[in-house]
Design a binder for this molecule. Structure first.
Ligand SMILES: NC(=O)c1ccc[n+]([C@@H]2O[C@H](COP(=O)([O-])OP(=O)(O)OC[C@H]3O[C@@H](n4cnc5c(N)ncnc54)[C@H](O)[C@@H]3O)[C@@H](O)[C@H]2O)c1
Length: 487
């Protein structure tokens, strides 16, 4: 049965949550009195659809149903997760909980996106305080994995544990805080940096553009993959963290920062910041900046994924838990038919200046399909570690139709020959019923020690022969064995 989430408040953050749940296959019911809410969420969803699905190397579940409701009572109907993202005013949030607790399931999780309030403050006047937790996400919620999950003793153990499981299922990284504090961990930290930046502008030390360059050309990149302490541990050299603190510790008492004081947000300061920011970024609309940001984030996240590190590791765990593709011949439902070897969305970084998937990525998808077929017949990482593998000797791709970022593709594979050292494969790539490309590949089994052709071990030869025999009864694919067609 499809799970249902209710989104109460569908602005910047609520819209992001709606996209996160929908693209994870949940039905999403939205309540927001703003007549523009539907349009705004539609725009967030457009961005999410082109960027999020391609982060995975396997297809996400089918999108859930999105609906908009005029009453909160209606929106929470059937919801097992209710995400409150109304403006940051305590009285408003408390009023919202009172209304929604009159109508929602008593065991549903009520998560608040609050950036600053403690869960005990939110639970203050609630009918069932045990239902309310802080789930503080980061913008864009559909791409960034972090959610600060903050609870109180009133929540007990079961509800926070369920909340953690659900957050992981929708691809997020719940960071469970052991103590509640104003602004949780991340915003307390960000506020310190923000305050410092405001002082530097007020004192005429740096412009908004210089501050942004100082972050993104240097330490911002380090933070994105290791955070603060691991980065400084390395900065201490072989002597490590202790040496780092001894070396730079005294600086902390030098007057480098102004963290103790807050600059007055006078009109002059606000104007200076706004003017500088316009000069820095005003040539782009907010929608353009969002797309630039999403492109960059996807590129960074997919880079981290290749390293199985940090936020990239979170994505890999999710892919590994997917059962969409078979991992062995026993798991293939019907070996008499071509085997599903790729099922995924086109990532943003696979597209090119023509606005569609680049020709090289067709080969990448077919290469991934070949890897999957190798795994299915037993040529997996363990087998390769024993010194046997396949190398590709020849490839012929026909590009038949174009495909765009975010669209779902699948590859089906027929084994044309699996005897001896040869593995001759024919791949079809589809989007729905539309044939996008075919790929024909001749691979030779090799010894990784001699780098020469060699017979595969029986653990590979037998499943491959079984699949090849079953596929021999299929018609020979149209285009198999063809040279470049000249009309
Ligand atoms: N913007 C951020 O970067 C960010 C990041 C993390 C968390 N948050 C938190 O998320 C929450 C929402 O912030 P936002 O930036 O999305 O604000 P926003 O102003 O973009 O959206 C708030 C939405 O709530 C709606 N709303 C107002 N009253 C309502 C009510 N009674 N019932 C239902 N909807 C109502 C508004 O129409 C609006 O669409 C805040 O608690 C904020 O602290 C914001």
């Amino acid at each position: 049965m499809t799970n249902t989430a209710a989104i109460i408040g569908g602005g910047v953050i609520g819209g992001g949550w709606a996209a996160r749940f929908l693209l994870a296959g949940w039905d999403v019911r939205v309540f927001d009195p703003d007549p523009q809410a539907q349009r705004k969420i539609g725009e967030v969803l457009d961005n999410a659809r082109r960027s999020l699905p391609g982060l995975s190397d396997v297809a996400l579940p089918d999108e859930g149903q999105l609906s908009f409701h005029d009453a909160m009572s209606d929106a929470v109907d059937g919801a097992i997760w209710i995400q409150e993202s109304v403006p940051e005013r305590l009285e408003l949030k408390r009023k919202v909980y009172q209304t929604l607790q009159e109508h929602c399931a008593p065991d549903a999780v009520i998560g608040s996106s609050t950036s600053g309030f403690k869960p005990s403050e939110l639970q203050g006047c609630a009918t069932r305080p045990d239902q309310i937790v802080v789930c503080h996400p980061f913008n864009p919620v559909y791409l960034l994995p972090l959610v600060e999950l903050v609870t109180t003793d009133l929540n007990g153990d079961d509800l926070p544990a369920r909340a953690e499981t659900i957050l992981r299922d929708i691809g997020m990284f719940p960071l469970r805080l052991t103590r509640e504090i104003d602004a949780h961990i991340a915003d307390r930290f960000l506020e310190a940096v923000w305050r410092e930046a405001l002082w530097m502008i007020k004192d005429g030390i740096a412009t908004t553009a210089e501050i942004d360059e100082a972050i993104r050309m240097g330490f911002g990149l380090r933070w994105a993959q290791m955070g603060l302490f691991e980065t400084y541990r390395i900065a201490g050299g072989e002597a490590g963290m202790r040496h780092f603190i001894e070396q730079f510790g005294p600086c902390l008492s030098w007057p480098w920062t102004k963290l103790m004081d807050v600059p007055d947000l006078t009109d002059d300061l606000i104007n200076a910041i706004a003017d500088q920011s316009d000069a820095q970024s005003g040539m782009h609309t907010i929608r353009e900046l969002e797309r630039i940001r999403d492109n960059n984030l996807v590129t960074i996240l997919r880079g981290l994924k290749a390293q199985d590190w940090g936020a990239g590791q979170v994505l890999n765990v999710r892919d590994r838990n997917s059962t969409a593709l078979a991992a062995s011949l026993d798991q293939v439902a019907d070996i008499s038919q071509p085997v599903l070897t790729v099922h995924r969305a086109v990532p943003l970084d696979w597209t090119d200046y023509n606005g569609h998937m680049n020709e090289a990525r067709y080969l990448q998808a077919f290469g991934d399909a070949t890897d999957r077929l190798m795994m299915i017949v037993g040529c997996d990482a363990d087998y390769i570690a024993t010194g046997g593998s396949y190398f590709t000797a020849e490839t012929h791709i026909r590009h038949l139709d174009e495909i765009h970022a975010g669209a779902r593709i699948r590859v089906e594979t027929q084994v044309l020959n699996g005897a001896g050292k040869k593995m001759h494969l024919f791949h079809w790539m589809y989007a729905g019923d539309r044939l996008l490309a075919t790929g024909e590949h001749m691979l030779i089994h090799v010894s990784l020690e001699t780098r020469k052709a060699s017979e595969p071990a029986a653990s590979v030869a037998e499943p491959l022969a079984r699949l090849a025999d079953a596929h021999a009864k299929l018609p020979r694919p149209e285009g198999a064995g063809a040279a470049i067609g000249v009309r």
